[in-house]
Ligand binder design. Structure first.
Ligand SMILES: [Zn+2]
Length: 244
């Protein structure tokens, strides 16, 4: 009797794992439409306008070309989840307000978007909010694919354990137009990010400030940054001392 129940439970466990992990690891059958632009491609559950999608992928590539991570880039993909049932199935991240995510190791060289309008260059967040510049579609593309590149460069364990200011600050550093740390500091000061700041300067402006300053003013190499163990408080103390 006990044995039979143990077998049933194990079976349910396996089925649940498959149900959650399989579409993340092999999402292609859920997305009927796609545009491929050399090593980058975008897939969606709704038709994608070809010229705009190509333009979007080209902009993402330009940003990734400027990334300090110079590892060889594998072909990478973006999957756009517009329909609600697909979103409910795939959005397994703890922060389910996120407009995009990667979940390594299941999501190998790709990311998911919670919805996109290529004509208006808007990402549609799970709450229905449509993002505005500077948070354009290519901002999200370059941000999420920088996470993929970072995980490739440092390995999964380090990617999960690295300070959040490094992981997210670097992704926004690649995804947004470059500016001197002093310029950004003049705009955001020493505040934590709030909603108006996120909308004006990207989601992680305080972290981007630190990354910009260490790479451009302190002369850190990308490896130094990726292996940094400085806490947010320690990193801010160093950077604010320079910028005040
Ligand atoms: Zn991120």
């Amino acid at each position: 009797m006990i044995k039979r129940w143990a077998t049933r439970l194990a079976l349910i466990g396996i089925l649940l794992t498959l149900f959650v992990a399989l579409p993340l690891a092999y999402p292609a059958p859920l997305f009927a439409y796609g545009v491929v632009e050399s090593d980058l491609s975008v897939y969606s559950d709704r038709p994608i306008p070809d010229p705009q999608a190509r333009q979007f992928l080209q902009k993402v590539r330009e940003k990734l070309d400027q990334s300090p991570i110079q590892e060889e880039r594998p072909p990478m993909q973006i999957y756009v989840v517009n329909t609600n049932w697909r979103w409910r199935w795939l959005w397994i991240v703890p922060n389910n307000a996120a407009g995009g995510f990667i979940a390594r190791p299941a999501t190998r060289q790709y990311t998911f978007f919670s919805g996109a309008n290529f004509e208006t260059d808007e990402l549609i967040s799970p709450s229905g909010y449509r993002t505005q510049p500077p948070r354009t579609l290519d901002y999200y593309g370059a941000h999420e694919l920088t996470h993929v590149m970072t995980a490739n460069a440092v390995g999964l364990l380090r990617f999960q354990q690295m300070p959040e200011w490094v992981r997210e600050g670097l992704a926004d550093y690649v995804a947004l137009e470059r500016e001197k740390s002093a310029e950004l500091f003049a705009k955001i000061g020493e505040r934590d990010a709030d909603l108006p700041m996120m909308r004006a300067y990207g989601v992680y402006a305080p972290y981007r400030l630190l990354v910009t300053h260490f790479l451009e003013e302190k002369g850190w190499s990308i490896d130094q940054l990726l292996q940094s163990e400085l806490t947010l408080v320690e990193a801010r103390a160093i950077v604010f001392r320079d910028l005040r």
